[in-house]
Design a protein around this ligand. Structure first.
Ligand code: SAH
Length: 245
């Protein structure tokens, strides 16, 4: 498959038989920014690991194309990586989701914990989830990923601890952990399903770390420097992908 073609995400239901309809939000971009014409090729992916090369037949308002080839994309054996990220202030979550989608986080779970500063009500949380999902989708398009990361609804940290399964490697970077390093844990695991818990700006409380340990979540150190919450998520995701894929 040609790598230099433009790539777009389309929902699965827009792919029917040999035809793909691209959502109208791509129409303006394709027509006015990329200046594509009928007959031009592009790649679409549906977030499930399928990728299609199509030839555009219509450009605006909803671009439409004919499928030329279909491939199952992605890397077999790739680990599943979930980032349970403590809700961070301002637009830090946007940055974390964008960068970690590029790096290869599969699932984001924004989480509320004892020291969460951000106030999110139910309606606000749903709106934010939608916004973060969009960010994840365009970051995936941008970085030629064939899967779209999923942004889960905001969850409570203690509830998430209870959902950790025995087959998962669950780690919780904690600045007071002095003996266990991330490297040793990653080099000693056979797990293919990893969940990482990152604290908000104020970090985790001792009580939360006790609950984490009880649930089988391993506290790890990231070294002697204290990283900001947004840096920690990006750094750990990169290290996990580098070590295990
Ligand atoms: N409360 C702390 C810092 C929190 S940093 C303080 O102000 O001193 C936010 C999160 O990043 C932490 O909860 C932890 O998950 C992670 N983190 C940052 N630096 C770390 C380090 N050196 N080791 C382990 N985890 C770290």
């Amino acid at each position: 498959m040609k790598k230099n073609l433009h790539r777009f995400y389309v929902p699965q239901e827009n792919i029917r038989d040999n035809t793909v309809i691209l959502p109208a939000e791509h129409g303006n971009h394709i027509k006015n920014v990329l200046r594509m014409k009928p007959g031009d090729g592009c790649i679409v992916f549906d977030g499930t690991g399928f990728e299609y090369e199509i030839q555009l037949e219509k450009i605006y308002p909803e671009p439409e194309g004919r499928i030329i080839s279909r491939v199952i994309a992605g890397t077999p054996g790739r680990i599943k990586l979930t980032l349970a990220q403590g809700l961070a202030k301002g637009d830090k979550m946007d940055l974390i989701i964008q960068k970690c989608s590029e790096i290869g986080v599969d699932t984001f779970i924004p989480c509320r914990s004892e020291r969460t500063i951000v106030k999110v009500d139910l309606a606000g949380a749903a709106k934010k989830q939608e916004r973060w999902q969009k960010i994840a989708r365009s970051a995936a398009e941008q970085s030629h990923s064939t899967t779209v990361p999923v942004v889960a609804p905001v969850a409570d940290l203690n509830e998430l601890f209870k959902q950790v399964t025995p087959g998962q490697l669950a780690i919780i970077p904690w600045e007071n952990e002095k003996t266990t390093g991330l490297k040793n844990i990653l080099r000693g695991t056979a797990a293919r399903d990893i969940i990482v818990f990152i604290g908000p700006e104020g970090g985790f409380s001792d009580k939360e770390i006790t609950a984490a340990k009880y649930a089988g979540v391993i506290p790890v150190s990231l070294g002697s420097r204290i990283l900001r919450t947004e840096t920690a998520g990006i750094v750990v995701s990169s290290i996990v992908r580098y070590e295990l894929d």
